[in-house]
Structures are given as C-alpha cells and as structure tokens.
Design a protein around this ligand. Structure first.
Ligand SMILES: Cc1cc2nc3c(=O)[nH]c(=O)nc-3n(C[C@H](O)[C@H](O)[C@H](O)COP(=O)(O)OP(=O)(O)OC[C@H]3O[C@@H](n4cnc5c(N)ncnc54)[C@H](O)[C@@H]3O)c2cc1C
Length: 472
C-alpha cells in the first residue's frame, strides 16, 4: 500500500505557480461540493485537500508531475453526477476538476467528427451539433449535467443504447495525461485501427484510474428526421418485461425500451403531479423509434404497438408531438428524484443480464424485498437488459438496521445476477468506490489479478484515483 503525503503549503504554492491562483481552491467551504458525487449514501463523502481546475492538457500534465514528485493522490472529476463514488477523493489529496476545459475545438463535418475538451456538458455539445444537423448518440440520461470526459471514463450508456450503443462506440480519439504527467494521443479520425494495442479502448470505462482524459474526438451521426414514442401500460411487471424480448426478437430495433414498475411510476407521477388515464397499471414500457423518414417510423411504431397488444398490453398510447413526448419521458427521467423523496436512504443499482434473462430478475427482487424487509423498485433500460433495481430503506426502519441489511441484500442480488444469470454487477454506473469489494468477490480471480497488473503498469505509484475499481 502506497503511503501518500499530505498537501503542504509548499505544494499548494507549486500548484498555484503552474495553474495560477484562480484555478486552485483550498477554502473548505468552496471545496465541500467536490467531496461527494450523486451516490446517495453520505458516509462515502470525503474532503479533498486542494481542488485544481486546469485549463489545458499541459496544465493537467503539470499537476500530475507535482503529484508524482510528492506522491499525492489525484482524483479526476467531471460533473460529479456519478452513481458509484468514482469522483470522491477518499484519500484527500488533489481533486482535479476538468470543468474549465469545456471548449469545442473543431466540428469536422466532412469526417463526421467533433473534437472537444473533456469538461464540456454533454447536452451543450449536442445543442451545438444540432445546428449542423448532427448528433452524438452515446449520451446518458444525466446529459444536462454530466461531462463528455465523465461519460467516456464511465463508458456511460443511457436511454438510447438499444439502437445506438454506449459512449465507447463513438470515441475515435483521446488525449490523455498519464499519472507521471505525459500527454498521450490515442486513435484518430479513423474508423479502423489495429496498429498495436488498443490503449484508447482501455481508457474508456477506466473511471479515472489510469489517467486523465483531456480531449476527445467523437464520431457523429446525422440527426434522425422523425421520432415517435409509445407508452404501453401492462397489468403486471412480468408481462411488461416479457414483451421486451418479444419486441427485440422481431427485427425492428427501437431507439429505447425503458421499463418502469408500478411503484416507480406512481412515485414519479406523484412527484410531477401527473395522472394515468387508466387504473390497475402494474408496469409500463416506454418505447421510442426514430429514423430518417416518418412513414418508416410510423410503420415500425404500429408493428411494435401490435406486438405489445398481442403480449398483454392494457393500452398503447402514441406520443407523436414534442410536448407529449417530453411529458412521458419526464416520468421516466424523474424516477430517481421521486424515490429520494420517499426515502433518501437507498442503493441505486444498475445490474445487467442477458436480455432473455430479464424476466427472471423480478421474482428475485420480490424475494429479497420480503426476506430482508426493504422496499425494492425497479426501472431502467430493459432493452439492454440493464435494470435500475433500487433498494430503499423503509422510512420506519432504523439506520442501524439499514447499515446491517444493505450489504446483505447487495451481496445476494449480485451473486444471483452473476452466478445464476450470467450477468454483471454494473452495466453503466461503474464500480467506483461503492462496488469495489463486490467486484473482487464476483470477478474470476485470474481476471481480477490481470486488472491489478494493468493498474500497476499504468500507475506504479498508485496516485491515480486510488481506491476505485480495484480494492488493494
Ligand atoms: C439523474 C441521473 C441520471 C443518470 N443516468 C445515467 C444513464 O442513463 N446512463 C449512465 O451510464 N449513467 C447515468 N448516470 C450516471 C452518471 O451521470 C454517468 O456515470 C456520467 O457519465 C458521469 O459523468 P460525470 O461528468 O458526472 O463524471 P463524474 O461523476 O465526475 O466522474 C465519474 C468517474 O469518471 C472519472 N472521470 C471524470 N472525468 C474524467 C476525466 N476527464 N478523465 C478521467 N476520468 C474522469 C471520475 O474520476 C469518476 O471515477 C446518471 C446519473 C444521474 C444523477
């Protein structure tokens, strides 16, 4: 285990010399916001000793050289919207925020590529691309806050991954700063590349443990001209989930197939002051189809609607206009916030299983809920087999009970997902701090040892986001 040094006055001076006083914070009130991310459990929070906000790859490299010289841990941070504690500086040290590196460097329409700094907000990037009739398809539901660099570091998925895949599919090139402070350029505006090891791919999803992403070149697509949504209520969650694999097997690839169980719909509807037009709804699917022409989208929409009706749907509502589409997506997007109002003490999971196995997840959630007296609601990206099972403390239960029971429920859930269904413990939110112990437990030993070897090769001093993914 590396012994880390404290950030002394002299080190702060060196950081100020490298970045200027405006880009270095040591005031604890101003640093508080950098002590946590969106992971809901407060005991994960930890204060950094200093926050730096470099404005270029060169400045990031200077910070890493100082950190290497004094053996100080460095935690990279995007927008802090992460849900696994990845951006929490658990050993103190330097918190490196890329928030001031948010420029679009070039939109290259000829090569369908955009190059930008890693601190750009994902939605801001897409708003700029929209003006050119282009879009970046790999973004998550937190797009209004999360940064592109954070999405790459987490290989974020999201609501459109059924058709478009996850962030990594669109990364053509990266500029990264290594733990020792070297600037490395990986990939290019090319769609094929087998020239040596694929190091770019290694950085995608590495959660800031191998280096800092400072710039990225992203592959773009033409904006689809037509889009429509279906909101499909079912009497039971099992019927809704079963309809997902029927749709997926039919050949049409929807943009999204989102699942919401009864309690998550109710909580979100109450939160938004919305009402369902029918009674007895046990679950819903929200299905989006997009494409280049309206006739094709409509034909596919009707076909998917028919499949839902044949498989137990109570109704099929079509939302063609922008206003209605926004209203129904708001229900899906606000579930997490609505659950926090019911009980802020919860564990938001993002288990992933083969599509044919999603129906088997729900009975296990019911069993866990009953066996351990916790509330479990479930929603998520059903078309990817990626479900946000959210384990919630009953407001009447004590914190002592929750602290004891949460790890027990998680362990049983993860073991079921990995060993009984061939799934993984995280499909998109990452391992971070929250799941590092469970990763070790559920990953084959030989694979885990390879991960340790890799980490040591990239970061021999263990200063790059220590304590995340790997439990050393
Ligand atoms: C309401 C809500 C909805 C969400 N929906 C989705 C969803 O649909 N799909 C999904 O995948 N996730 C989702 N998330 C989780 C989160 O938004 C994503 O993981 C997002 O990609 C994190 O980006 P960020 O900029 O906030 O990163 P942060 O939280 O700041 O950091 C995340 C990790 O990346 C590392 N990191 C950040 N920037 C860099 C960098 N430049 N270089 C190296 N490492 C870096 C950090 O060290 C940390 O380990 C959601 C979160 C919320 C709160």
């Amino acid at each position: 285990m590396t012994h880390y040094n404290r950030v002394t006055k002299e080190i702060v001076e060196e950081l100020i010399n490298a970045l200027g006083p405006y880009n270095v914070i040591i005031d604890s009130e101003k640093m508080e916001i950098y002590s946590h991310d969106e992971t809901s459990i407060e005991h994960y929070a930890h204060m950094p000793e200093v926050v730096v906000m470099p404005q270029s790859s060169e400045q990031v490299a200077s910070v890493m050289r100082i950190a290497t010289k004094y053996i100080i841990p460095v935690t990279p941070r995007g927008a802090g919207s992460g849900l696994s504690g990845g951006a929490i500086p658990i050993y103190g040290g330097i918190l490196l925020s890329v928030e001031r590196m948010n420029r679009i460097i070039e939109i290259d329409k000829e090569n369908l590529a955009v190059t930008c700094e890693s601190g750009i907000i994902t939605n801001d990037l897409n708003e700029s691309l929209k003006k050119e009739g282009l879009f970046f398809a790999g973004y998550p539901m937190s797009l209004e806050t999360c940064f592109l660099g954070g999405n790459i570091a987490e290989n974020a998925g999201g609501g459109r991954a059924v058709k478009y895949g996850v962030t990594g599919r669109y990364v053509l090139a990266l500029t990264v700063v290594t733990p020792s402070g070297e600037i490395v350029h990986l990939g290019g505006k090319i769609t094929k590349d087998v020239s040596g090891y694929d190091l770019k791919q290694l950085y995608i999803g590495s959660e800031g443990t191998l280096g800092i992403i400072t710039e990225a070149t992203i592959k773009l697509l033409g904006l689809p001209n037509a889009k429509s949504d279906l909101l499909v209520p079912f009497k039971t969650a099992q019927e809704a989930i079963s309809a997902v694999s029927v749709i997926m097997r039919d050949g049409i690839i929807p943009t999204s197939i989102e699942f919401m169980d009864g309690p998550s719909i109710q909580m979100s509807m109450d939160y938004l002051n919305e009402h369902l037009p029918i009674k007895g709804v046990g679950a819903m699917l929200l299905i989006e189809i997009d494409g280049t022409d309206e006739a094709t989208v409509e034909r596919e929409l009707l076909r998917v609607g028919q499949l839902c009706e044949d498989n137990g749907a109570m109704e099929v509502y079509i939302a063609e206009d922008f206003y209605t589409q926004e209203r129904i997506w708001a229900v899906r997007r606000n579930i997490a916030e609505a659950i926090k109002i019911y009980s802020p003490i919860q564990s938001l999971e993002d288990i992933v299983v083969p599509i044919a196995s999603i129906a088997k997840v729900l009975p296990e959630l019911d069993r866990l809920s009953e066996a351990h007296h916790v509330k479990i609601v479930c929603y998520g990206h059903a078309g990817d087999g990626n479900l946000h099972a959210t384990i919630i403390k009953h407001p009447s239960d004590t914190m002592e009970y929750w602290d004891r029971i949460e790890p027990v429920v998680l362990k049983e859930l993860y073991h079921f997902i990995v060993y009984s269904l061939g799934g993984k413990i995280s499909g998109e939110h990452g391992i971070g701090l929250k799941r590092r112990g469970f990763l070790k437990e559920t990953m084959e030993e030989s694979e885990y040892n390879l991960c340790i070897t890799l980490k040591k090769a990239f970061d021999p001093l263990m200063i790059m986001n220590p304590g995340k993914i790997i439990d050393l």
